[in-house]
Ligand binder design. Structure first.
Ligand code: ASP
Ligand code: MG
Length: 421
């Protein structure tokens, strides 16, 4: 059994859905579970519906929802013939549920409503795709993943209950006589049948959970890029494809800010040694990137740039050395403010932290720190990380930069620098 995951960009138009069909057609001899995200920017569109609803702007919420509805109805019109009526009937059921909710007044938490509304994007897209594949004689079952993937009620960042979900998922997939199953990424439900979501970009994670539970031979994530690149091609035109990576390297890359794959995706795969393929849906013949357990020699330099960084410099007020007590207090503050420095540099009387620019959290941390230290803040900085650097690459990338801080290990160099004025 193979698991495929198609993201929003791979299903954002009639043409792209037809393209998905060609890919599935080439693999339909084997059992296949296909996990799909919402079409294009649907999730963002639905987020706006929630915001309007929660502010009490019912009319605006309904109008914004109408836009999302029409996008899907138009897609159905151009995509389907024989299955059109059946698809529209199913879509209308989903639409009605949202519209009923939008007519109510919000009495529960924002995050609860967020999940009830935002979860529908994946239901719409999979409904269209499943009907289309059936129409094209690629028989498949459509499953509502909310009947299978049980989560806690931590809305917007729900935790998956593996054991219960495993039984349901195995029954639903193994009990089906056909080869192809279509279901949703990113969403689940509580034992009270309330919808939940797993955090933005969570479809990769759903796919990894399915792969783990079904002991899949592989997971393939279909993207609009050639595979995993050693740098963002938009910023570095020389960026090159990395043919193979191991799980640990991908986790490191995600930690330093590379937007490759949702970081939660790796663990369920690594635990069972299931390889992950990142392939290009625009040219499926390309080999893509293979991510697996094996050690890989000679990785190229991997470059990650995180923009919008803040450097917080903390000096002891009395010029005493920074000792154990203030350090442990500082770590407690990170926990309280729920902030994770991207880099920490310790000196005799000065500590420096490089942080993402979450304004509220930075303010909270600065005011907490000011009880212990003199605090200085500089904003609008960048954090450059180079893994597996070589001297020439390092010199090339650091040349001409106004560098405030540099940290180097055998594997990795990181530096914080100012934007050019
Ligand atoms: N549709 C969701 C999002 O845009 C989940 C995903 O794409 O993985 O965040
Ligand atoms: Mg996505």
């Amino acid at each position: 059994m193979k698991i495929f995951k198609f993201g929003g960009a791979s299903v954002n138009s009639v043409e792209r859905i037809k393209n998905l069909k060609h890919i599935v057609q080439a693999y339909q001899q084997d059992p296949l579970v296909i996990i799909v995200s919402a079409m294009g920017k649907t999730t963002n569109g639905l987020e706006k519906v929630v915001q309007a609803f929660y502010k009490g702007n019912k009319t605006e919420a309904l109008q914004l929802f109408e836009v999302v509805k029409n996008q899907h109805l138009t897609t159905a019109k151009y995509l389907l013939v024989f299955q059109y009526n059946a698809c529209i009937a199913q879509l209308n059921d989903f639409f009605t549920e949202v519209e009923w909710l939008l007519h109510d007044k919000p009495v529960r938490s924002y995050d609860y409503y967020y999940d009830q509304i935002v979860c529908t994007g994946e239901l719409f897209s999979t409904c269209l795709i499943s009907h289309f594949l059936n129409e094209e004689k690629i028989d498949n079952q459509w499953l509502d993943v909310r009947d299978l993937l049980r989560t806690d009620n931590n809305f917007r960042d729900a935790g998956v209950q593996f054991e219960y979900s495993a039984t349901r998922i195995k029954d639903a997939i193994n009990g089906y006589k056909g080869n192809i199953t279509i279901t949703q990424g990113f969403i689940g439900a509580t034992d009270d049948n309330e919808s939940t979501t797993l955090g933005r970009e969570g479809s990769d994670y759903t796919a990894a959970i399915f792969a783990n539970i079904l002991d899949a031979e592989s997971l393939t994530i279909w993207k609009d890029v050639e595979g995993v690149m050693n740098a963002d091609p938009k910023a570095f035109p020389d960026a090159a494809l990395i043919k193979a990576l191991n799980f640990t390297e991908v986790i490191e890359m995600a930690y330093y800010g590379a937007q490759v794959i949702h970081p939660k995706t790796i663990k369920p795969l690594q635990n069972k040694g299931i390889p992950l393929l990142v392939k290009c849906f625009l040219d499926p013949a390309l080999p893509g990137t293979l991510i697996h357990d094996k050690y890989i020699k000679d990785l190229p330099a991997i470059i990650v740039v995180k923009a919008d960084q803040v450097l917080m410099s903390l000096k002891t007020k009395d010029f005493s050395f920074i000792g154990e007590a203030p350090m442990s207090q500082l770590y407690d503050m990170f926990g309280l403010v729920k902030i994770k420095p991207n880099l920490i540099q310790t000196g005799a009387i000065q500590l420096q932290l490089c942080l993402d620019n979450h304004e509220e959290k930075i303010d909270q941390l600065a005011s907490a720190c000011s009880q212990l230290f003199d605090v200085q803040i500089e904003k609008q900085l960048n954090l450059l990380t180079i893994r597996h650097y070589t001297e020439p690459i390092m010199q090339d990338l650091l040349a001409g930069k106004d560098i405030l801080l540099e940290q180097k290990t055998k594997e990795t160099i990181q530096c914080v620098y100012r934007n050019k004025a």
